[in-house]
Design a protein around this ligand. Structure first.
Ligand code: ADP
Length: 212
């Protein structure tokens, strides 16, 4: 079973790329954001508790999200497999882990199954451009109140990413698991690069840099 963690700031393109990699490799795309949004849409108990947190862009409690992921990893109940054991080949985690506590829980959950995280791929992006993308979308939508909310939410998500999620990187770097990918490249190039890393195809040697 292969386990890949797709890591990066909100808006870095994790969801888009994870879907493409799922199609190419058969590894199941597990998005905790999608699982939580589905709970809200279904109006479940969990959904009612977390709707406000999601709207603000803050994190839901660790125990809640760990419990959801545990259901997937153990095959007990995976909201994204719909009862079919399609995670068996492995999965791409998008949006999890987001705190050190979640990273530690993931390690323990996988160890019980005799597995471990294979690689953590960091999609690196220019955050000024992320904010600009949202601002443009806002201006085009013509709803200034909603626009402000969206930009504010992105700022909050980025703040939380730097404060709570980025500190996980040293945890994985210490285990020599982090691979960095330039998320500002064209979307197809990013997919190719991710696919090569995940399927362990050797990359073409980088052009030697000029020292003059
Ligand atoms: P993004 O667009 O930032 O990549 P996601 O779709 O991954 O966002 O997640 C949407 C929201 O769901 C987050 O802002 C957060 O409120 C909640 N969420 C998702 N994954 C987690 C997690 N692992 N821990 C806590 N909250 C989470």
């Amino acid at each position: 079973m292969k386990v890949v963690v797709l890591f990066g700031a909100p808006g870095a393109g994790k969801g888009t790329q994870a879907k493409r990699i799922e199609e190419r490799t058969g590894l199941k795309h597990l998005s905790t954001g999608e699982m939580l949004r589905a709970e809200v849409e279904a109006g479940s108990e969990i959904g009612k508790q977390i709707a406000g947190t999601l709207a603000q862009g803050s994190l839901v409690p660790d125990d809640m999200i760990i419990n959801l992921i545990e259901g997937c990893i153990t095959g007990r109940k995976c909201p994204q497999c719909h009862g079919v054991d399609s995670c068996r080949k492995g999965f791409i985690l998008d949006g999890f882990p987001r705190t050190i506590r979640q990273a530690e829980a993931l390690e323990s959950l996988l160890a019980v199954q005799g597995g471990a995280v294979d690689s953590v791929i960091l999609l690196e992006v220019d955050e000024n451009i992320l904010a600009e993308r949202i601002r443009t979308r806002v201006l085009e939508s013509g709803d200034s109140r909603r626009a402000d909310d969206s930009v504010e939410t992105l700022k909050n998500r980025l703040r939380i990413y730097h404060k709570q999620t980025e500190p996980i990187l040293p945890f994985y770097e210490a285990r020599d698991m982090v691979v960095r990918v330039d998320g500002m490249k064209p979307i197809d190039d990013v997919t190719e690069e991710l696919n090569d890393i995940i399927t362990e195809k050797p990359r073409a040697p980088r052009a030697a840099s000029c020292a003059c």
